[in-house]
Each structure stands twice: as structure tokens, then as C-alpha cells.
Design a binder for this molecule. Structure first.
Ligand code: HGY
Ligand code: MN
Ligand code: MN
Length: 408
């Protein structure tokens, strides 16, 4: 077994949580901002203190390598992401990186020999909040996204990923691709849902992740004066958009039981109190464990746009900005995790993830698994996001033991 130093883990978690901390104890640490630079610096410093070989790739993924007794063996990769949502929580992503760091520290303390090298990673821009799409670092590393296209992606201000990486000093020299085969990848993450808490369990062994699609629609109306312009002849882009928002909400519960739909962004132009909106841009996020259902949802969303625009006399254009099929994680890694959870006597169950994770793309290149710990009230992407510390410690024990077994 590997012994977790709970005081050290707590100190490190609190120290990282100060970086980009909001006044309500959440995190505002968008990818490639100054706060992200600061937390990356802390991470690199902690890795160097561990005498771990640090390397940074051309889109800023940060790796650390702890050699095993057989340096020719395929390494085990562990980690998650340090970027956050705007006004997100302290546990989403950060917990997974810090439990991986604590695992390396504990192995070092106890002088535990492991055959395989172990690599730790902080993936660039998992959230897709500032730069779309999500899972940008892992998706580029595994060949899902082209490096040049990733570097050219822009945020709402028109800043490119490349400029932002240069700005914070994390445009590394290493190519953004695997240097060798990995033996396995393991990521611990908060559940971001209510199931583990409802079951009174500390650890989830994740079977897979929903498929999802991100759409961006712009509806075009006609700006006119809020006063004299007759109601019957108006072409109000926001009225059509409002129809679409409620219609998208009604899609959940239709098509399949597990369907979830969200309109998270909506931008009105010109945005003046006495001008009829001429254009509205909105995003649509639809998910299901069944990839065919995700495809049907995209068609339903397009039809809702057509209906709303026919009623209001507006036009629209629609772009799918991201699609990822559902993920089924490796049976082998799940078996090792189940044995580890039993060995450390952590109460656990298998579970499916509605939230996207870097592990979905890493699953394309190596045997991959995930562990969950509970989210209080299922709350997440919210400053109130919280996980009880005893659950963190149960998760840490299972994570460290699973890592040790995979690297044996
Ligand atoms: O969108 C997601 O599920 C993840 O939080 N990026
Ligand atoms: Mn996350
Ligand atoms: Mn997230």
C-alpha cells in the first residue's frame, strides 16, 4: 500500500486553491490566463522538488516523469487539469492533479519501487470555457485536433491560443504527441453529480462517458425602433432565440431517458433597451450515452431553429463546433481499480459520467480508467462545489493503490 500524507495533501490543495480564488471560495482560473500561469508555475516547482523530469509540449501540456526500475517499460500516465470554469469550483480537475502529485510524493517518501515509469500530466484547457472546444490539450496530444488549428483557436477577444501560451510562457518545445506507447492512463475526478452521495459511497469506478455535441447558432432579425415599429412586422431575433432555448430544454426527456440539454451562452446585438434585437448568438450542449441519440438531438435542435425562425420571419446559421462520441473505459483498468478499492476497503460502485473528461481522448491511445469521488449535492461548475475530506482521502487511497498496481 502507499500511505497518503493527509496534512501535505491538504496544505497543497489549500495553497493551489488560493490561485485564482474567488470571494466565494471558488476558482476563476481560465485556461492560459495569468492565474493559470501561476498555478502551472506552482505545479512545475512541486515537480522539480520531487526530482521529476519536467517537460512542456507546444500547446502547454505539462508532464513530469518518475523513472521506474525498468526505464524501457511503457509508462503509466496519471493526471487531470488545472484550468477552471469562470466562477467554478476548487475540486474540478485540480483534485485529480493534486492526488496524482501526492501519489508521486508518497512513492518517493516510502521508496516504493515500481517497474514502470510513472508520468504525471496537467492537460491544457480541459474546460473549453475561454477557448473552444473542451479537452483541447488531451485532444491535440492524442491526434483528435491538429496542433496548428489548436494554436489558431481564438477567445472572445480574438486572442489566439498561441498568443496566450506565449504570454504566460508555456509554449513548450516538446511536440504535442506521445513519445512512446503508454501502458495505461488513470484520472481521478469529482463526480459532478449526486449518485455517489445518494448511495453513501466514497468512490466511483467509471465505466464510460456520455457522447456530446456543442452547437453554435446565430439568428438574424432586423433592428428597428422599439416605439413606432408595428408589432406585426417585427423580425425580433431574441423572440426566435427564446423559443429555441425553451424548445431545446424540452428535448431532454424526449428521444431517450438520459438526454441532457443546455443553452449556456446567449449574446444579443445591438443590446440596447429601445432597439429590436437584430442578431442573437447562442450555444447548445446536448449529451447522451447513446451516440445515435446525440445525432438525433442535433437534428431536433436544427428543426427547432427552423420552426422558430419561420414564426418570427428571421434567418439563422448553425455550426457544430464539437462532437465527441461516448467513451467506454478499459475493462483491465477497471478491474485493477476494483481490486484496489477492495484492498483498501473503500466503499465504491461503478458509474457513468455525464461530464466530459480528458480521459475520453486518452482512451483512444491507451488503456484508460477514471475514479470519481462524490460531489456534495452534486454541485459543480459552481463556487459551492465541494467534496468531503474523508471522501477525498478514500479516493486518494484507491487512486494511489491503483497507480501502484498498474506500475508494478
Ligand atoms: O463539458 C464538460 O463536461 C467538461 O466540464 N469540460
Ligand atoms: Mn473537469
Ligand atoms: Mn469542468
Amino acid at each position: 500500500m502507499v500511505t497518503i500524507d493527509t496534512n501535505r495533501l491538504e496544505e497543497t490543495f489549500e495553497r493551489y486553491s488560493q490561485i485564482g480564488r474567488t470571494e466565494n471560495d471558488g476558482l476563476h482560473r481560465l485556461a492560459l490566463t495569468d492565474a493559470d500561469r501561476e498555478v502551472r508555475d506552482a505545479f512545475v516547482t512541486d515537480l522539480e522538488a520531487l526530482d521529476v523530469d519536467v517537460r512542456i509540449d507546444e500547446i502547454g501540456n505539462v508532464f513530469g516523469r518518475r523513472e521506474g526500475t525498468d526505464s524501457s517499460a511503457a509508462p503509466v500516465l496519471i493526471g487531470s487539469h488545472l484550468d477552471s470554469q469562470p466562477f467554478g469550483g476548487r475540486f474540478d480537475g485540480q483534485l485529480g492533479v493534486l492526488l496524482a502529485l501526492e501519489t508521486l510524493r508518497a512513492l518517493e517518501d516510502e521508496g516504493v519501487d515500481h517497474r514502470r515509469p510513472i508520468e504525471i500530466v496537467n492537460w491544457t484547457n480541459e474546460e473549453g470555457a475561454r477557448f473552444k472546444p473542451a479537452l483541447m490539450g488531451s485532444g491535440t496530444f492524442t491526434g483528435e485536433f491538429d496542433v496548428e488549428e489548436t494554436l489558431d483557436r481564438t477567445d472572445a477577444e480574438g486572442v489566439t491560443v498561441e498568443e496566450a501560451l506565449e504570454e504566460i510562457g508555456y509554449r513548450g518545445n516538446e511536440p504535442c504527441e506521445p513519445r512512446e506507447e503508454y501502458h495505461a492512463y488513470l484520472e481521478l475526478h469529482i463526480e459532478q453529480g449526486p449518485k455517489l452521495e445518494e448511495d453513501g459511497l466514497s468512490v466511483g469506478i467509471v465505466e464510460g462517458v456520455y457522447g456530446m455535441s456543442w452547437l453554435e447558432a446565430t439568428i438574424y432579425g432586423d433592428s428597428d425602433h422599439a416605439g413606432p415599429s408595428p408589432m406585426h412586422s417585427r423580425r425580433d431575433a431574441l423572440v426566435a432565440a427564446a423559443d429555441v432555448v425553451t424548445a431545446v430544454r424540452r428535448l431532454s426527456g424526449r428521444v431517450a431517458d438520459d438526454v441532457v440539454t443546455t443553452v449556456g451562452e446567449l449574446e444579443v446585438s445591438p443590446g440596447s433597451i429601445n432597439v429590436i434585437p437584430s442578431a442573437v448568438t447562442l450555444t447548445i450542449d446536448v449529451r447522451s450515452y447513446d451516440d445515435e441519440v446525440v445525432g438525433e438531438l442535433v437534428s431536433h435542435a436544427e428543426r427547432e431553429l427552423e420552426n422558430a425562425c419561420r414564426r418570427e420571419g428571421t434567418e439563422f446559421d448553425l455550426e457544430e463546433i464539437w462532437r465527441i462520441p461516448h467513451t467506454e473505459f478499459s475493462e483491465t483498468v477497471r478491474e485493477v481499480a476494483l481490486e484496489a478499492a477492495a484492498a483498501v476497503d473503500a466503499p465504491h460502485r461503478e458509474i457513468v459520467s455525464g461530464a466530459g473528461h480528458d480521459a475520453s481522448y486518452v482512451n483512444e491511445i491507451t488503456e484508460t480508467g477514471m475514479l470519481f469521488v462524490p460531489s456534495v449535492d452534486g454541485k459543480t461548475h459552481n463556487e459551492a462545489e465541494y467534496t468531503e475530506w474523508e471522501d477525498v482521502l478514500e479516493g486518494a487511497k484507491v487512486f494511489a493503490e491503483t497507480t501502484r498496481r498498474l506500475a508494478a
